[in-house]
Design a protein around this ligand. Structure first.
Ligand code: ADP
Length: 235
């Protein structure tokens, strides 16, 4: 019915009108690789560190169940796969999205999409939220705000899955290519504050081959930041 032309992602799609969070359901289900959980609304959508992710009807709220057989250091790169997929989906709507390291997609410096990856056993859950036809929260933005019109949500969903499927194939063959593609789309050479245990400010100069943020401090010292539970703010 969707007529998807994908080889892994979206072989099976499980739809809910409302659920707690697509990531939570994806984590709890014993399903084949590529299964997608999608919901019109999430009652308890989450960002990182249990932050709230606002998910009203009109947005794309989905999780993909992956079971990649890759080296442990390649697992965190899956977050970029999600972000690149969203940027490519936006591109097809003529919207220029950029990646804010490590897990957001911005348009005009406002968050249009957030990615949340979680690992449970052999499963990696790739959770993606995109503001499409819904009202975005303050400081966020939706596709409908950029285009001044609503778009076909099912078409956007299909485009996203087709892009993710293509990127997943690339990732399995060459995880480093995903990092390179993400680097090209990332907002870099801007002053930032990294908030984790403490706060450090500097210039986000790039990402290394493992996807770590290369931060040049005011002192000239270069630090590499792992995308654990740190948040980035533009200054
Ligand atoms: P951060 O970007 O601060 O590191 P996360 O990536 O964990 O945080 O995303 C959660 C944050 O995103 C929330 O604290 C909130 O500020 C913001 N947010 C929540 N829902 C949405 C949404 N639908 N669109 C845009 N931003 C949102």
């Amino acid at each position: 019915m969707l007529g998807l032309k994908t080889s892994v992602i979206g072989k099976r799609v499980i739809y809910y009108q409302e659920i707690s969070s697509t990531n939570d359901v994806a984590k709890s289900l014993d399903v084949e690789e590529g299964t997608v959980i999608i919901a019109d609304r999430q009652a308890r959508g989450r960002g990182r560190l249990n932050r709230e992710w606002i998910s009203p009807e009109g947005g794309l709220w989905l999780s993909v169940v992956l079971k990649p057989k890759v080296e442990p250091q390649d697992i965190p790169k899956i977050v970029f796969l999600g972000a690149i997929g969203v940027v490519r989906m936006l591109e097809e709507l003529s919207i220029p999205g950029r990646i804010k390291w490590p897990n957001d997609v911005l348009v005009n410096f406002k968050k249009i999409s957030g990615i949340l990856t979680e690992k449970v056993g052999e499963k990696v859950i790739l959770g993606i939220g995109v503001n499409v036809n819904n009202d975005a929260p303050e400081n966020g933005i939706a596709v409908k705000d950029v285009l001044n019109r609503k778009v076909d949500l099912v078409e956007a969903f299909k485009t996203l899955l087709e892009n993710l499927d293509e990127l997943y194939e690339i990732y399995l063959e060459s995880p480093e290519t995903i990092v390179e593609l993400a680097r090209e789309l990332m907002i870099l050479n801007v002053p930032v504050k990294v908030i984790g245990d403490g706060e450090i400010t500097g210039v986000a100069e790039g990402i290394d081959e493992d996807g770590r943020l290369i931060l040049r401090l005011d002192s000239g010292e270069v630090r590499k930041i792992l995308y654990g539970d740190v948040s980035l703010r533009f200054l």
